[in-house]
Ligand binder design. Structure first.
Ligand SMILES: CC(C)(COP(=O)(O)OP(=O)(O)OC[C@H]1O[C@@H](n2cnc3c(N)ncnc32)[C@H](O)[C@@H]1OP(=O)(O)O)[C@@H](O)C(=O)NCCC(=O)NCCS
Length: 166
């Protein structure tokens, strides 16, 4: 369908992926993503008795040598083992609306199914930055699962969506 590779993200991709997230979302999200990736890759490189598992995995979509999309999964250790959450999903702005997001979401859903997960949750926000994403998720079959008012510092609500995996 596309001339894209879909591979696990490595620490060396972090700068490019953060740039993409900054352009596709905003600077607050870039900073939150930086903290997530710093933690995740520190966990992966940690050895010995203080090593901690990040319970996250990230994939990138590359067009030739350039990263055009990122998507991930995050599992809460303390939650039901059949539940999995989408994590850091973005497509380079000028590449949006061409089916790349749909293609990446399908790939990550397949991976989640293969690993035995039954429900895929998404956390997004009632902020303009995410209005396109919200419509996208609804078209992909995600249903509203909850809302936390006044969650972001600007007063935006957190919106939780869910889809049954099969
Ligand atoms: C949400 C996001 C990741 C979706 O990625 P995307 O690449 O724009 O999504 P897609 O192009 O696959 O969306 C499918 C749309 O493209 C259209 N499309 C165009 N060409 C297509 C093709 N060749 N194949 C499939 N769909 C195509 C589809 O018809 C569909 O349009 P519709 O929604 O009007 O039905 C992206 O918009 C984004 O990065 N947003 C900003 C960051 C963000 O909010 N992330 C989510 C945080 S929770």
């Amino acid at each position: 369908m596309f001339a894209f590779d879909f591979n696990e993200m490595s620490a060396s991709d972090q700068v490019d992926v953060l740039g993409l997230i900054g352009r596709a979302m905003n600077l607050d999200e870039l900073e939150y993503a930086r903290q997530t990736f710093d933690f995740h890759f520190a966990c992966l490189s940690a050895k010995g008795k203080f090593a901690v598992e990040s319970n996250r995995i990230f994939y990138i979509a590359k067009h030739h040598t350039e990263i055009k999309g990122v998507i991930g999964l995050h599992q809460y250790r303390w939650g039901p083992s059949e539940n999995i959450w989408l994590s850091w999903f973005a497509v380079e702005p000028e590449w949006q609306g061409q089916g790349i997001g749909q293609w990446m979401l399908k790939k990550i859903q397949n991976l989640a199914v293969q690993q035995g997960y039954k429900k895929l949750f998404i956390e997004t926000y009632g902020h303009d930055t995410f209005s396109r994403a919200l419509k996208f998720y609804q078209k992909q079959g995600f249903l509203p699962a909850g809302q936390i008012e006044n969650y972001l510092t600007d007063g935006s609500d957190m919106l939780v969506l869910v889809k049954a995996l099969s």
